[in-house]
Every structure is written in structure tokens, then in C-alpha cells.
Ligand binder design. Structure first.
Ligand SMILES: [Zn+2]
Length: 129
């Protein structure tokens, strides 16, 4: 068996609560690139999905907590002290600029007149017959 556990350390890391918080931050930051890449490839244009900003926010808050309460390193703290501000602002701006298709729940720009997924009008109330 591959030696994942060596001397009470998993992957050579001495795990404790703050290591878990720090690694959650790292995984969130790392995974957001794949989310954004997948969304862009799916639409064949540059797309920044809401999940990208949520993962950015989660990653920066976890790493800020790790830096503040575990590492207590001024360089590390400053690196994440203000990054959450544009992430929250982008989430607010994105929420304001989108509307959801009442039929298929696909998200579109507020300027969209028809759903590109199911063709339903986005300017008239949904008719059920
Ligand atoms: Zn639709």
C-alpha cells in the first residue's frame, strides 16, 4: 500500500483544525479555476459563474483565518485582508445583472428577451396551459 500515513501524518502533513481550514481555502481557490474554465468552454466565451466568486470568497476567508489565527504572519495576513471585498461586490453586481428563466431556471442577462436554453420569453409572465 502507498504510504499515505507515515508516523501519524497523512500525506506528510501534521493535521489539526487550522490545517483543515487552510487546506479548505487552498482547495476552494484552486477549484475555482476549473469551474470558470468549464463554464467558459461550455458557452465558448469567457464566463465567470457565480460559483467562481463564492469559491474565491470561501478561499480568501479560510486563508485569512488561517493567517490571522494560526500563522500570525503580517505578509500572509495582508495578502488576504482585503480580497473578500471585490468578491462580495462581484456577487452583488452579478446578482443584479441576472434573471432566471421561469421555465428551465437557466440564468440570463437582465437584457435577454428570450431564454437561449428553452426559448421562453423572458419579458412576459410564464403561461401554463
Ligand atoms: Zn429557459
Amino acid at each position: 500500500m502507498i504510504a499515505l500515513w507515515i508516523q501519524d501524518k497523512f500525506l506528510g502533513i501534521d493535521w489539526h483544525a487550522w490545517k483543515v481550514v487552510g487546506w479548505i481555502g487552498n482547495v476552494a481557490f484552486f477549484s475555482r479555476f476549473f469551474i470558470q474554465w468549464y463554464a467558459s468552454e461550455k458557452r465558448k466565451q469567457v464566463v465567470v459563474p457565480q460559483a467562481f466568486w463564492w469559491l474565491s470568497l470561501l478561499g480568501s476567508v479560510c486563508l485569512l483565518m488561517y493567517a490571522l489565527f494560526y500563522k500570525k504572519d503580517s505578509v500572509f495576513i495582508f495578502a488576504y485582508a482585503f480580497t473578500w471585498i471585490p468578491y462580495i461586490r462581484n456577487l452583488v453586481l452579478q446578482r443584479r445583472s441576472e434573471k432566471r428563466c421561469p421555465s428551465c431556471t437557466e440564468i440570463h442577462s437582465v437584457r435577454a428577451k428570450f431564454c437561449s436554453h428553452c426559448g421562453v420569453s423572458l419579458t412576459e409572465p410564464l403561461r401554463t396551459e
